[in-house]
Ligand binder design. Structure first.
Ligand SMILES: [Zn+2]
Length: 198
């Protein structure tokens, strides 16, 4: 991606590239007066991408640090039916959806909306990156660039599929755990998925 900026815009690779800018700042710390103002010279498209990326980073951090786990001592006894125990977190979660390895946290009643926003931000961010650099990366004859493109497509597909699945579950007032219990086995899973869509 560092090289992509140079070849796409004809400008220096550091411009509007957060990783390169951070590296540049660290590299120039001993000589603070020499820090360039390249980051202020972003195009509208680059600024928009940075905004999407910023949203995603903030929402991801919030999802990772959110606390869907509850103390059952404080909960109402009449609501214990909706509480599940997560063996990964060793804690109880109200209306648990699933334990998500992408955010290393449980998804439950308290943070499901936040998790959905995170998935949406990631999908928008990667879609926009694909729109900006996809065609260029596809035409490049550079192996690393093509691998990067494939990774972007792979993660975009994963996030979009997870987002669509979650929206279908919410529409049908279900959780991932409940859906999996009801539809054990590959054949049942596909049948259950078809029922969600219809
Ligand atoms: Zn968990």
């Amino acid at each position: 991606m560092f090289l992509a900026r140079t070849e796409l815009t004809g400008r220096h690779y550091k411009k509007c590239n957060i990783a390169a800018e951070i590296w540049d700042l660290v590299d120039q710390l001993p000589n603070v007066k020499g820090i360039s103002s390249d980051v202020l010279d972003c195009s509208l498209e680059e600024t928009l991408y940075l905004v999407f990326l910023g949203f995603f980073i903030v929402l991801y951090a919030m999802s990772v640090t959110s606390v869907p786990q509850i103390d059952t001592k404080d909960s109402d006894n009449s609501k214990t039916e909706s509480i599940s125990f997560c063996s990964k977190c060793c804690a109880n979660v109200d209306t648990m959806d699933h334990h998500c390895y992408l955010i290393c946290n449980c998804v439950g009643k308290k943070n499901r909306g936040l998790f959905l926003c995170c998935l949406l931000a990631g999908t928008v961010n990667l879609s926009y990156l694909l729109y900006l650099c996809g065609a260029w990366a596809f035409r490049s004859n550079d192996c690393i660039t093509v691998i990067g493109l494939l990774l972007v497509v792979l993660f975009l597909g994963l996030l979009a599929a997870l987002l669509a699945f979650q929206l279908l579950l919410i529409r049908n007032k279900e959780t991932t755990i409940g859906f999996m219990k009801k539809n054990k086995g590959k054949r049942n899973f596909l049948t259950g998925l078809a029922k969600l869509v219809v």
